[in-house]
Design a protein around this ligand. Structure first.
Ligand SMILES: [Zn+2]
Length: 180
């Protein structure tokens, strides 16, 4: 059974049907995607379905494929400053955790950290809208920044439209300490 390690989230879990491949920091998201896609498929045919107009803005990427009855999650990301590096890695790791059907682990960690956010209630990764996938991943990102010694809620780091929904969820959870 594969053991999956999510370094920024500090979560290790075993899963029957899922294995995570973290390719680490890469020079170019688009170039690395081409390389992996070619390795998996033996051709670049069909790669355009993974590209989007946002490609140039991407700081990391997660996608999955099936091989030999196993779902493989793949991620890689760009190197920037410490805060972005931790955040981007944790974001992609949370996509993997979601895709493995194990957001319950993150929910438990959040609870230990002192916040209740019912992330295990998200639908399966592939059934979620892009907004829901990104919300879940950005909650994981905020949690990972906290446990790695950075308070991401101070300042305006998360005030862009992409991160802001997760910031609101996290702040609300911190302000409504539940007696569990
Ligand atoms: Zn994402």
């Amino acid at each position: 059974m594969p053991t999956n390690t999510l370094e920024m989230l500090r979560i290790t879990f075993e899963s029957d049907g899922f294995t995570f491949h973290d390719y680490g920091f890469v020079e170019s998201i688009v170039e690395h995607r081409r390389k992996i896609y070619q390795q998996i498929n033996g051709t670049l045919e069909g790669i355009e379905k993974l590209s989007s107009p946002d490609d140039k803005k991407r700081t990391g990427e997660y996608f999955f494929f099936f091989e030999a009855g196993m779902k493989h999650g793949v991620s890689y990301y760009l190197k920037k400053d410490d805060m972005s590096n931790i955040g981007n890695r944790a974001h992609e790791e949370t996509h993997a955790l979601h895709d493995a059907g194990r957001l319950d682990i993150l929910e438990g960690r959040l609870r230990n950290f002192g916040v209740f956010i019912g992330v295990s209630g998200f639908k399966p990764f592939s059934d979620c809208t892009a907004f829901e996938q990104e919300l879940a991943a950005n909650i994981g990102k905020i949690y990972a920044l906290f446990i790695n010694g950075i308070n991401p809620l101070s300042g305006n780091f998360l005030d862009d439209p992409y991160n802001h929904p997760a910031k609101i969820v996290f702040e609300d959870a911190l302000n409504n300490i539940h007696p569990w």
